[in-house]
Design a protein around this ligand. Structure first.
Ligand code: PEP
Length: 250
């Protein structure tokens, strides 16, 4: 179990527009008085400025969905960690399975991205998770340990400053959720790996992600090593997101 309160992070992915973002955030902010968990939203980069303004002084932190592994220069389309810093970004997702899958991001690249975020004072939310084929082949533990090991290797003693998100690929956006027992089993493996790498591993929040919603959040969050959630689809509906934030605040 992490020493911190639960952390609930909405991943908006490539959704939203100026009007919809303003409306969603206004509805979520209206319900925040009864929320006691740490909360963040990871928004498309073009909306960081908008959200920085809308979230100013609120209990919701701002997050990005990716960061370049490069520092600056001729990398068309990339966004550096220092650029994210300009918008008071607190968290940055790295290694989301959609980036590993559709943009061929390797474990080494993800580790460098985590390093860039940490150097800029931004907490990387490092995503790990197995595909359905890997689970069925009994490789779940080996896959998530390999993915996390790359980040541990590149980041040494800073490892206690990261957030980890276990996101089984087969559960993302599919409506399939890992059972609480399946999630706990993998979270315990990740916790042990972090403990072996750092004396301060109890500072690391390990989030579960994959079709978490207002109905299944309570039993997932009740697991001893589930320190919060990374939420896609359900974070786009204010009542659902708020309900999950309240569950995480208990
Ligand atoms: C995610 O994008 O990180 C995610 C978990 O998505 P969903 O909740 O929609 O499965």
């Amino acid at each position: 179990m992490s020493t911190h309160s639960k952390l609930m992070v909405g991943n908006w992915k490539m959704n939203g527009n100026l009007a919809a973002n303003a409306s969603l955030i206004s509805d979520v902010l209206a319900g925040m008085s009864s929320v006691g968990c740490r909360t963040a939203v990871c928004v498309p980069s073009v909306y960081l400025s908008q959200l920085q303004t809308l979230l100013k002084g609120s209990a919701i932190d701002l997050g990005a969905q990716d960061v370049s592994a490069q520092l600056s220069g001729a990398f068309t389309g990339e966004i550096s960690a220092s650029m994210l810093q300009d918008f008071a970004v607190r968290y940055c997702i790295v290694g989301h399975s959609e980036r590993r899958q559709y943009h061929n991001e390797t474990d080494a690249l993800v580790a460098t991205k985590a390093q860039r975020a940490l150097a800029a004072g931004i907490t990387p939310i490092v995503c790990v998770g197995e595909s359905l084929a890997e689970r069925e082949a009994g490789q779940t533990e080996a896959v998530v340990k390999r993915q996390l090991a790359a980040v541990i290797h590149a980041n040494g003693h800073c490892i206690s400053e990261i957030v980890v998100a276990y996101e089984p690929v087969w559960a993302i956006g599919t409506g399939l959720t890992a059972s609480p027992e399946q999630a706990q089993q993998v979270h315990a493996v990740l916790r042990a790996q972090l403990q072996a790498a750092s004396a301060h591993a109890d500072r690391v929040s390990i989030l579960y992600g994959g079709s978490m919603n207002a109905t299944n959040a309570a039993e997932l969050l009740a697991q001893p090593d589930v320190d919060g959630g990374l939420i896609g689809g359900a974070a786009l509906k204010a009542p659902d997101f708020l309900s999950m934030l309240k569950t995480a605040s208990r």
